[in-house]
Write a protein that binds this ligand. Structure first.
Ligand code: 4AD
Ligand code: MG
Length: 429
């Protein structure tokens, strides 16, 4: 019977066939140990010379790293194996003896590995990170389905900017100018007025000249938007959402977290509610720690890390100065110099994973903001319309997928959290 490595637990004692690649091997004359992978998992195959046809023994001896084959074997329980199982191989049908594989078990430099990203993703750690990414995506869809949200897909080619004009990707749209979407938010606000609670999940683009471990040029964002939801309710949705994702990964990715040597005791603590501090309190804290920062300035990565150090949980920083945040954020009615917004900072130095806010619902104030930010009311007429026809309090946020994967999987740099990263100096492969 043809099965996958992930299914071996249901076939203990049976003879099965699995299509695999050779990950690694060692041999001791009379016995060969093959580390096999098939995409669904890893398993050790054991070949004993006197128990297999000579032809198959010899074929196995020729196998090079990443050679492809069908193996036949009997599934055995084995407590020492990470997956709990081992395969006693009874036959080998080679598909291809692979050419000399560029990525060997020895250490390689990052640029070399990035040049070979199409092959690098086969390795155990990259495999684990991509599985965790997939589990997070699954949990995202499940959370929103269970909570009554409608999935809406905003456009990727847009006539205007959503998050500021400094990092737009320009392209031609026949005779017009167009930009790749930086955020679907403005369209999601329109969708929330039509469908109530909505979310999008898609690629977004920022032509950012930053070369940090937290920045990608192309990244995936989850953007919920909710009608009749205020700032406080928005934060509650976020903490429940992030807790849900963490608990799903803990439940469904045990082997992957182990392969990455992730300290899961740190993740097990992540349960809503999350701590909150205001921007003002954060500035105080940083100044006491000797950071060179004044009220009105935005936080850099070292500032965020210093704030996060005080907590074992993600922390919301709320009420940023109006001046340094996006034009659409609603001012605090008690204190209009700050906005009803929050950034969620992940623990362990992984930085901002969510940016969100309550949105301006007052048509006159929104028009004022357009003037202050020199935005074209013509280009955004449709957005202004949303405040004319039954405006309501509404809020939303954006969760960056790759930063979330980096945090949960314990991966230093976001470039390893997306299959084919687009970076400042990299468009290949
Ligand atoms: O804080 P940002 O820019 O917020 C927005 O775009 C809002 N329109 C979202 C909304 O309210 N609907 O981006 C949201 C998140 C960040 O917290 C971060 O996790 C991620 O997107 N992000 C990036 N991730 C990787 N590389 C980049 N260059 C990123 N820029 C933002
Ligand atoms: Mg932000």
């Amino acid at each position: 019977m043809k099965i996958t490595i992930s299914q071996v637990g249901k076939h203990v004692g049976e003879e099965v066939i699995i299509g695999v690649w050779l990950y690694n091997k060692r041999s001791s004359g009379k016995i060969q140990f093959l580390q096999l992978r098939d995409g669904t998992g890893f398993i050790q195959g054991v070949i004993v010379k006197k128990e297999i046809a000579e032809e198959d023994w010899n074929a196995a001896k020729e196998l090079t790293q990443e050679s492809s084959m069908y193996v036949k074997g009997i599934v055995r329980e084995d407590e020492r194996a990470p997956s709990g199982y081992e395969l006693t191989i009874t036959g080998v049908e080679v598909l291809q003896i692979a050419e000399e594989y560029p990525i060997t078990p020895k250490e390689h430099g990052t640029e070399f590995l990035m040049d070979h990203r199409h092959l690098w993703i086969r390795s155990k750690k990259q495999h684990a990170v991509l599985k965790i990414r997939s589990e997070i995506i699954r949990a995202v869809y499940e959370f929103f389905a269970e909570n009554g949200y409608i999935k809406v897909d905003p456009p990727i080619l847009t006539p205007t900017s959503a998050e500021g004009t400094t990092n737009l990707f320009h392209t031609k749209y026949f005779d017009e100018d167009a930009y790749l979407s930086q955020s679907g938010q403005l369209y999601m606000e329109a969708a929330a007025m039509a469908l109530g609670k909505v979310y999008s999940f898609g690629p977004t683009f920022r032509a950012e000249k930053s070369k940090t471990r937290r920045h990608l040029i192309e990244f995936w964002m989850i953007e919920p938007e909710m009608a009749f939801v205020d700032h406080e309710e928005n934060l509650q949705i976020q903490e429940n959402f992030v807790s849900y994702i963490i608990q799903s990964v803990l439940k469904n990715c045990r082997l992957e977290l182990a392969a990455l040597e992730r300290d899961i005791s740190k993740l097990e603590k992540i349960v809503a509610p999350f701590p909150r501090i205001t921007y003002d309190e954060a500035i105080d804290l940083l100044q006491k720690k000797g950071h060179d920062i004044k009220w009105g300035e935005d936080f850099g990565a070292p500032d965020e890390t210093a704030i996060a150090e005080h907590y074992e949980m993600p922390v919301f920083i709320t009420h940023y100065p109006t001046e340094i945040k996006a034009f659409y954020m609603k001012p605090d009615p008690q204190r209009p110099e700050v906005v009803l917004c929050a950034d969620l900072i992940a623990p362990e130095g992984y930085g901002e994973i969510i940016g969100g806010s309550q949105r301006i619902d007052d048509p006159a104030l929104l028009e004022e903001r357009f003037d202050e930010h020199h935005l074209s009311k013509e280009a955004y007429q449709w957005y202004l319309d949303l405040r004319k026809y039954g405006t309501v309090p509404h809020s939303g946020f954006g969760l960056g997928l790759e930063r979330t994967v980096a945090w949960i999987s314990g991966t230093e740099h976001v470039r390893e959290t997306i299959p084919f990263p687009r970076l400042l100096n990299r468009l290949y492969p």
